[in-house]
Design a protein around this ligand. Structure first.
Ligand code: ADP
Ligand code: MG
Length: 393
């Protein structure tokens, strides 16, 4: 079921109203300084739209993982000056949601307030209805723009959505649902998924969910080594999950034609001995060596397939991309996505490390999901509580 977005609301639903807006201000902070303000910037279109329509914007977010109550290290107050600069307007800080309602009512149309870290209150992560009631005193309607937190049923993402009407998605959330939803619903074909990263175990549900939907599933990363072993090949000291060998065999038996494994690998005796690295074919990995990347023939093979695709989803690097030269395979895939995109393919990247691997290329890709765990759960076909709680279109 499609969810209502901010765009679907008539102007009178916003003018003068207090829009309680769940954002993701979980930014990295070092010595009190924000080291990456991407998430603050990403929230601006939704906030600007609300202000333009005469709403009073009350922002809710978590920051980090505070344990056992308020902790200045995790206070959202420290991000106010930076956020004011980005917004170009003053931001009122509400230290305690339990007595913030008066402040939100006093705010002018277009005013913006930020509530202290939702995780300072013990009920948040238990989806406590009383804490949700407290949050609900701060708004007249609810907007959720924090897709990355939508896989968790918390008071600020789930319970509160049932207490305010309308409850709709913001623009970031809308975009995530649109592009990730398109992958599951009616992808333009051929639809190719590229999966890599360290482990099969964390991705198995995504593999199972995507396999019936894709035309091809290209496998890279250490994950490929578990498949190599399942085929009876020697993989040396490569990262393998012995307890997933049966699973890998099962997948090869049932979906063998769709699963495309690397032709070869770039190997080294260890990560530290990267300078001794060399390419080998998949059936010639010697004992005492380990796979750290896909080789060039595989890059060419994967590229040739990807540039014919009309929809591509990519999660998980092809190698240990943090340590050159083992970033080459991952870079080749990133470039192949850009090339396919130029030919009209829809290109979607999701995950933590995969998103880091395409940093700076975002404008050449259709959609880079910042959802992390939430995007994977969505693609597994699971219902995300923070999405389910929003109104249907
Ligand atoms: P994402 O965060 O995008 O979902 P993962 O966390 O699943 O991706 O995987 C990323 C990690 O996988 C990276 O740290 C990378 O170094 C590691 N990795 C990829 N290929 C290999 C390999 N051949 N051997 C060991 N680690 C690998
Ligand atoms: Mg990761």
């Amino acid at each position: 079921m499609k969810k209502k977005s901010l765009r679907d609301l008539p102007p009178q639903a916003l003018d003068g109203k207090r829009a309680l807006t769940r954002v993701d201000f979980n930014v990295p902070i070092k010595n009190g300084k924000i080291t990456d303000d991407t998430r603050l910037r990403a929230s601006l279109p939704t906030i600007k739209y609300l202000r333009d329509k005469g709403a009073r914007v009350v922002l809710l977010s978590h920051l980090g993982r505070p344990k056992g109550g308020p902790d200045p290290q995790f206070s959202l107050k420290q991000i106010v000056p930076e956020f004011e600069k980005l917004l170009g307007a003053p931001v009122e800080f509400i230290p305690d949601p339990a007595n913030g309602a008066a402040t939100t009512r006093r705010m002018p149309r277009g005013g913006v307030a930020l509530v202290e870290n939702t995780r300072f209150w013990p009920g948040e992560e238990k989806n406590d209805p009383d804490l949700a009631k407290t949050f609900a005193t701060l708004g007249d309607l609810y907007v959720n723009d924090a897709f990355g937190s939508a896989h968790r049923a918390h008071s600020s993402t789930e319970a509160v959505a049932h207490l305010l009407k309308p409850a709709v998605s913001g623009f970031l959330m809308e975009r995530e649902l649109e592009y990730l939803g398109q992958l599951l619903e009616n992808p333009k074909r051929p639809f190719i998924a590229v999966l890599g990263g360290a482990k099969i175990s964390g991705k198995i549900d995504v593999i199972r969910s995507l396999l019936p939907k894709v035309d091809e599933l290209l496998i890279g990363g250490a994950m490929a080594c578990t498949f190599f072993r399942a085929l009876g090949l020697e993989v040396g000291d490569s990262l393998v999950e012995p307890d997933r060998l049966d699973l890998a065999r099962d997948l090869l038996a049932t979906s063998g034609k769709k699963l495309i494994l690397p032709r070869g690998a770039v190997i080294a005796p260890s990560l530290e001995r990267a300078k001794d690295s060399k390419p080998v074919s998949a059936d010639s990995i010697p004992k005492g060596w380990a796979v750290f990347d896909i080789d060039e023939p595989t890059q060419h093979d994967f590229r040739a397939r990807l540039v014919r695709a009309r929809t591509i989803f990519w999660n998980g690097p092809m190698g240990v991309f943090e340590t050159p030269p083992f970033d080459a395979g991952t870079r080749a895939i990133a470039n192949a996505l850009v090339e396919a995109g130029k030919k009209g393919a829809v290109t979607v990247v999701g995950g933590g490390d995969s998103v880091a691997a395409v940093a700076g290329m975002e404008d050449k890709l259709t959609h880079v999901s910042t959802g992390g765990g939430a995007s994977l759960e969505f693609l597994e076909g699971k219902e995300l509580p923070g999405v389910a709680a929003l109104e249907d279109k």
